[in-house]
Design a protein around this ligand. Structure first.
Ligand code: AMP
Ligand code: GLY
Length: 423
C-alpha cells in the first residue's frame, strides 16, 4: 500500500516509525513531516489543511490509505472531502468525519454528548456573549476552583482554572470578548475535579473498537508538575495506578457508552478516540474527547503495540476490528520531551542539534526539527521525544531521562522527573 501520513510532530514520527515496519506498506509519505520522519518514508511539502493539494498528490502517487495525525484537518473536514470526491471516495481515511471530530472541535457539543449518553463528567453550563450576564451570575455561586473552557480549538490553551469568583468573572469576559478568537465565543464553565489524570485511547471502525495501551501525560513545564501548561513534557505507559479493575470501569462507563452514543446519534466514526480522564477516588470521569492520538502519549503507546499498525488500519477501514485481537507488550515505555529554552513562552528555533545518534537505550522521535544541509536543527517548542521501552518501568524512566541528557542544543530543557512520581 502507498500510505500518506499527515502531520509533523513527535506523534507523527512515532506513527511513521511503526507504519514503516509493516509488510503491507510499500511507500510511506509524510506531509509535511519533520527532520526525523525522512528516516521512515519520504517527506512531502504539503499543508495538511490544503485539501486540493493533498488530492493532487494522492492521485499522482496512487495513495491507498491516508492517516491523519492532528485534529485540525479532521475538524476542517478532510475525511468528508475524500468521501465527497468521486476520485477519492474509495480511499480510506483514518480519522473521523466532521460530525465525529466535533467531539474535540466543540467542548459544548462534547459535554452535551456526554450528558445525553450518561457518561460521567463534571457538571457544566455554557454561555455566550448574549448570556454573559447569566454567566456572571452563575459564577457568583460556583464552587472553587472553577474551570473555564473555550468551546473551540485553541491550540491547547483554551482552558483556564480560576481560584476566585472575581478572577473567573474577569476571565469569562475576556474569553467571550475574543481572547481566543471565535474559539471562545462560547465558554463552558465546568466543576473542578480533584484526582489524577490519564489518557485512554481506542481505535474504532464505528461498530467495534480496540482499546490501546493507556498512558499518562505530564503537562506542566516544571519539575514536580509546576509552572505553565505545555503540549506535554513526557508520558508513560502503562499507568501504574490504572489497574485492570479501574480500566474495566473505564470501558463499561465511558468507552462503551461513547461508541454506543455515536451509533445512536448516527455519527459514523472511523479512527482514534482519545479519552482525557480523571481518576476521582476509584471512579473514572471524562473531561475531554480528542479525535486523534495524544502527543507525547503516542510515543509511549505505539512501542507497546505488537500488532502490525497498517493491518489495524485496514481492519478499521473495512469495519473488521471486531475480528482483531490487540497484542500489547507487557514492557513499560517512558517518553521524555526535550523542548526549546523559553517554551511554552517565546523560544528560538534553528539551533543545531547533536547527540541524537548517541542514545543508548531509547528511540528518538523527532518533533520540532528540520534537516538542513545534513544538520538537524530545532524548529519548534517541543523538539525531540526520547522514548525508552524496557521490562521494568523504573529502567524505562531512567533510560529515557539519561538518554535525553545525551542530546545537545543551545537552550535545551527537559524534565528529569517524568514518571518517577508513580514509582
Ligand atoms: P484540556 O485542554 O481540556 O486538556 O485541559 C487542560 C488541562 O486542564 C487538563 O489536562 C487538566 O489538567 C485541566 N482540567 C481540565 N478540566 C478540568 C476539570 N474539570 N477539573 C480539573 N482540571 C481540569
Ligand atoms: N498530550 C495531550 C494531547 O495530545 O492533547
Amino acid at each position: 500500500m502507498n500510505i500518506l501520513l499527515l502531520g509533523s510532530g513527535g506523534r507523527e514520527s512515532a506513527f511513521a516509525w511503526k507504519i514503516s515496519q509493516s509488510e503491507l506498506c510499500s511507500k510511506l509519505f509524510i506531509a509535511p513531516g519533520n527532520g526525523g520522519t525522512g528516516a521512515y518514508g519520504k517527506n512531502v511539502n504539503l499543508n495538511p489543511n490544503d485539501f486540493e493539494a493533498i488530492k493532487k498528490f494522492v492521485l499522482a502517487e496512487g495513495i491507498t490509505l491516508v492517516v491523519v495525525g492532528p485534529e485540525e484537518p479532521l475538524v476542517n473536514g478532510i475525511h468528508d472531502f475524500f468521501v465527497a470526491d468521486e476520485q477519492l471516495s474509495k480511499i480510506p481515511v483514518i480519522g473521523p468525519k466532521k460530525e465525529g471530530a466535533i467531539l474535540e472541535g466543540s467542548k459544548d457539543f462534547s459535554k452535551e454528548f456526554m450528558a445525553r449518553h450518561g457518561i460521567p463528567t463534571p457538571g457544566s453550563k455554557s454561555f455566550t456573549n448574549d448570556t454573559l450576564a447569566e454567566g456572571l451570575a452563575y459564577l457568583e455561586n460556583h464552587s472553587l476552583p472553577v474551570v473555564l473552557k473555550a468551546d473551540g480549538l485553541a491550540a491547547g490553551k483554551g482552558v483556564v482554572i480560576c481560584e476566585s469568583i472575581a478572577d473567573a468573572q474577569a476571565e469569562l469576559k475576556l474569553m467571550l470578548g475574543g481572547k481566543f478568537g471565535t474559539a471562545g465565543s462560547l465558554v463552558v464553565i465546568e466543576e473542578y475535579l480533584t484526582g489524577i489524570e490519564l489518557s485512554v485511547f481506542v481505535l474504532t471502525d464505528g461498530d467495534s473498537y480496540v482499546i490501546l495501551p493507556e498512558a499518562k501525560d505530564y503537562k506542566k513545564i516544571g519539575q514536580g508538575d509546576t509552572g505553565l501548561n505545555t503540549g506535554g513534557m513526557g508520558s508513560v505507559s502503562p499507568v501504574p495506578f490504572a489497574d485492570q479493575k479501574f480500566l474495566n470501569k473505564v470501558e463499561q462507563t465511558i468507552i462503551i457508552p461513547t461508541i454506543e452514543g455515536l451509533k445512536k446519534d448516527n455519527i459514523d466514526y472511523t479512527g482514534f478516540i482519545f479519552f482525557g480522564l480523571f481518576k476521582v477516588g476509584d471512579k473514572p470521569m471524562i473531561i475531554e474527547y480528542n479525535c486523534r492520538m495524544g502527543d507525547p502519549e503516542t510515543e509511549s503507546v505505539l512501542p507497546r503495540i505488537e500488532n502490525d499498525l497498517v493491518e489495524l488500519f485496514v481492519a478499521t477501514s473495512e469495519k473488521r476490528l471486531k475480528d482483531v485481537q490487540l497484542k500489547t507488550s507487557p514492557k513499560s515505555a517512558a517518553t521524555v520531551m526535550i523542548v526549546a529554552g523559553g517554551y511554552p513562552g517565546d523560544y528560538e528555533k534553528g539551533k543545531v542539534m547533536a547527540g541524537i545518534d548517541n542514545l543508548r537505550k531509547s528511540l528518538a522521535f523527532h518533533a520540532g526539527t528540520t534537516l538542513e544541509g545534513g544538520l538537524i536543527k530545532s524548529n519548534g517548542g517541543r523538539v525531540l521525544a526520547v522514548t525508552s521501552l524496557q521490562d521494568d518501568m523504573f529502567d524505562a524512566l531512567q533510560s529515557a531521562t539519561a538518554d535525553a541528557a545525551r542530546v545537545y542544543f543551545d537552550g535545551k530543557y527537559f524534565r528529569e522527573d517524568i514518571g518517577f512520581d508513580l514509582m
